[in-house]
Design a protein around this ligand. Structure first.
Ligand SMILES: O=c1[nH]cnc2c1ncn2[C@@H]1O[C@H](CO)[C@@H](O)[C@H]1O
Ligand SMILES: [Zn+2]
Length: 380
């Protein structure tokens, strides 16, 4: 790979994330249990008697999460969730974490969020699946109300995730449908990818399809094209969680520079073409991918290749705590590396809003009334 002349960002080579806080942003891939405030983890641990935390003050705990997640392996990255899930076992804890999640996203300028978590991981203290979801939805609604009154309106919807190594996916799909009119807008599977192909959960996806309910699948992150193929062709996923390994089905010249402005010589294989032709949204999470070793560095992240080839790319945080990130930080990293300006970020944001699991008229209203006017001011 040549690393000749990096593209110049209109925001400078290392833009301040604060520049992007004003832009209306949409996040489709953000884990509730990956986004806690470090101080909240400490306080909840104290309240519920959780004694296994690896640090005893906020800054050290934040550093521990970031450093441990920076592991080069999805499996090791996922081990850090033991401590967040560990303190999220009561209705009060779930409600607080959800409320703070909505507030933190709104304070970062996110106007629409789909936040996911796995209800089956929050039953240790005796809550039922329904009680877990009710507590989280209550927290989101409270966070929305507080943010609106602070002049930072946000809409937060929920995706319920099933863990791919477990055997509860059909039950979780039923949970998603049961709560579909109360704030749950879709279903997902997550967890270690290698060894747990999407087709293992076919009955859950069939249930969702039978109920005309949308879902996304973590695929093409730690494992490559076969996972993406199963997710789209056998399971019929509406979006790809990550999907970044679709790059393996695109041939580029030997010396291709991933930061370039065009990729005219690119040849797409059958899967890459299908994903692009069908406008299957890619929930890309740049910083997370570097931490898990799915990609070597931001400069070598396929985001730019996929964006320039006009795949339906969206920018996401994945886990704000583990990656010490936010939507503004992800925008800043992408701007610095690939030279994007406001028009690019507007496109990625509209891509995300078009791909959301709320109804078409609601998506359109967000685009016409909030996103486009917001970027019009910035573009000037
Ligand atoms: O990037 C990821 N890939 C796969 N699984 C993930 C990722 N981030 C989080 N989780 C898993 O999803 C669960 C529910 O939120 C988390 O507990 C974590 O195990
Ligand atoms: Zn994820």
């Amino acid at each position: 790979m040549t690393t000749s002349m990096p593209p110049v960002s209109p925001f400078g080579p290392d833009p301040d994330p604060a520049l992007f806080a004003l832009a209306p942003k949409v996040v489709l891939h953000d884990h509730l249990d990956g986004g806690l405030r470090p101080q909240t983890v400490l306080e909840l641990a104290e309240q519920v008697g959780y004694t296994k935390l690896p640090a005893s003050d906020g800054p050290s705990l934040a550093t521990w999460f970031r450093a441990s997640a920076d592991s080069g392996s999805l499996v090791r990255y996922l081990e850090t969730f033991e401590h967040t899930v560990g303190v999220m076992q009561t209705a009060g804890a779930l409600e607080r974490v959800a409320l703070e999640c909505a507030e933190d996203l709104a304070n970062d300028g996110v106007v629409y969020a789909e936040v996911r978590f796995a209800p089956e991981q929050h039953l240790e203290a005796g809550l039922t699946l329904d009680e877990v979801v009710e507590a989280v939805l209550k927290g989101f609604a409270e966070g929305e109300a507080l943010s609106a009154s602070a002049g930072r309106p946000i809409t937060v919807r929920c995706l319920v995730t099933a863990m791919r190594h477990a055997a509860r996916s059909r039950e979780i799909a039923e949970l998603a449908v049961r709560f579909r009119d109360r704030g749950v807008v879709g279903f997902d599977i997550a967890g270690a990818e290698a060894g747990y192909p999407p087709t293992r959960h076919l009955d859950a996806f069939e249930y969702m399809r039978a109920h005309n309910a949308p879902f996304t699948i973590h695929a093409g992150e730690a494992f490559g094209l076969p996972s993406i193929h199963e997710a789209i062709s056998f399971c019929g996923t509406d979006r790809l969680g990550h999907g970044v390994r679709v790059i393996d089905d695109i041939s580029l010249p030997e010396d291709a520079d991933f930061t370039a402005h065009d990729f005219h010589g690119a040849k797409l294989g059958e899967i890459a073409n299908y994903v692009r032709d069908k406008r299957i949204p890619l929930e890309l999470c740049p910083s997370s991918n570097v931490q898990t070793g799915a990609v070597a560095s931001i400069a070598e992240h396929p985001f730019n290749v996929l964006a320039r080839l006009r795949f339906r790319v969206t920018v996401n945080t994945d886990n704000r705590l583990m990656s010490d990130t936010s939507m503004s930080k992800e925008f800043a990293v992408l701007a610095g590396q690939f030279g994007y300006g406001w028009a690019d970020f507007e496109r990625f944001t509209v891509n995300a809003m078009k791909s959301a699991f709320i109804h078409f008229d609601e998506r359109l209203a967000m685009i016409d009334e909030i996103i486009k006017p917001g970027y019009a001011v910035l573009i000037g």
